[in-house]
Design a protein around this ligand. Structure first.
Ligand code: SAM
Length: 338
């Protein structure tokens, strides 16, 4: 196991398998046009697997497939199977918007995917049309049903809460989760790259979320913290939910995650200005030992605390304007993987 300068281990790796997405959520991809990663730069399944194997040898035991929309990557079950067979990976998960899930859930399960998180910000189709520019709300619900039929348990639902947009649906989402044996995780709206319309006024804080739910359900108790980014809570009847308070109560001090973009850029922090290029050494013949050495030295020098630094700013505004994102698409949340 290796640790960084703040004694944080290299524990979890989020692998973005594509920068493409079939939604245009206003908090992530609000623009009309995007600069995409060049096709030839996208890592093959063999390249991704080789890198994950090196990461696993250094202590990574949790891998999450993400994007962009991971299910847009052709034959994702094949990659899933390859990654699931890597010694040391004990938790293989995926975050998806669910649009294509109903067709693929069974194959992903068979390929060794352990857990699924589906993003679901609203239960109202007309609201999703405004929020994500799609008419396919029913496909997301069908995808959620398919996970259970395929044998997945412990489904999580991610809901980004935005003031004046969906903050009147907290109770409905908790109830939906309860009905579908899924745990809802409310995510504070983050000022990440891509969120060009972000403003502090639209952030519904963890404190406010708890207040709203307490008003409806009565006293809520905190569940002892694990290593997950979400703080977990329990309603009086035992129903659990989580809150990811990256904006108002960041958890940088315990952050063990890093991100690999679809073109092999390795990011030590969601807010990092740039990543470390692993594709170049990979494609120019670096040995596993050389890759191990590069990753080890880089992690041991890590001291990033991006979300805490953002919190410390006197005036907070979007991380990048659209020109900055066009100049380098690696700054986009959909490239980095959420
Ligand atoms: N396409 C997949 C999906 O929709 O889940 C995976 C990628 S998406 C970037 C991963 C997660 O990031 C989603 O749950 C999404 O809601 C979250 N996300 C994107 N932009 C965000 C923002 N500005 N603030 C908080 N969460 C955000």
């Amino acid at each position: 196991m290796i640790v960084d300068r703040l004694a944080r281990p290299l524990g979890s790796l989020r692998v973005s398998v594509t920068d493409r997405c079939n939604l245009r959520c206003r908090y992530c991809m609000p623009e009309q046009e995007y600069v995409w990663l060049p096709k030839q730069s996208i890592l093959t399944f063999e390249e991704i697997t080789r890198l994950v194997r090196v990461f696993a040898s250094l202590g990574v035991d949790k891998v999450r497939l993400t994007g962009g929309e991971p299910l847009l990557r052709h034959d994702l079950p094949a990659l899933t199977r390859m990654v699931s067979r890597i010694p040391g990976i004990r938790d293989l998960a995926m975050t998806t918007n669910g649009l294509l899930l109903s067709k693929q859930a069974a194959a992903l399960r068979q390929a060794g995917l352990g857990r699924i998180t589906v993003s679901l910000d609203t239960l109202r189709p007309e609201r999703m049309r405004e929020l994500a520019r799609t008419d396919r709300h029913a496909d997301v619900l069908a995808g959620i049903d398919a996970t259970r039929a395929a044998g997945f348990r412990g489904l999580k639902l991610n809901s980004v809460v935005i003031r004046g947009v969906n903050d009147d649906e907290l109770v409905d989402l908790v109830e939906f989760g309860r009905k579908h044996e899924a745990e809802v995780r409310f995510i504070e709206y983050m000022d990440v790259g891509g969120a060009t319309g972000w403003s502090a006024a639209q952030v519904v804080s963890q404190r406010e979320i708890l207040e709203m739910l307490t008003r409806h359900y009565g006293p809520i108790s905190a569940i002892a913290a694990g290593t997950a980014p979400a703080e977990r809570f329990q309603l009086p009847d035992g129903t659990t939910f989580g809150i990811i308070a990256s904006t108002t109560a960041p958890f940088c001090r315990s952050c063990d995650r890093s991100r690999l973009t679809a073109d092999g850029s390795w990011l030590l922090c969601l807010y990092a200005e740039r990543g470390i290029d692993l594709r170049e050494p990979l494609r120019s013949g670096a040995s596993d030992a050389e890759l191990t050495q590069l990753i080890t030295a880089t992690w041991q020098g890590r001291s990033d605390r991006g979300a805490e630094q953002r919190l410390g700013l006197a005036e907070r505004s979007p991380l990048y304007q659209v020109e900055g994102l066009r100049a380098d698409p690696h700054r986009e949340m959909h490239t980095r993987g959420g």
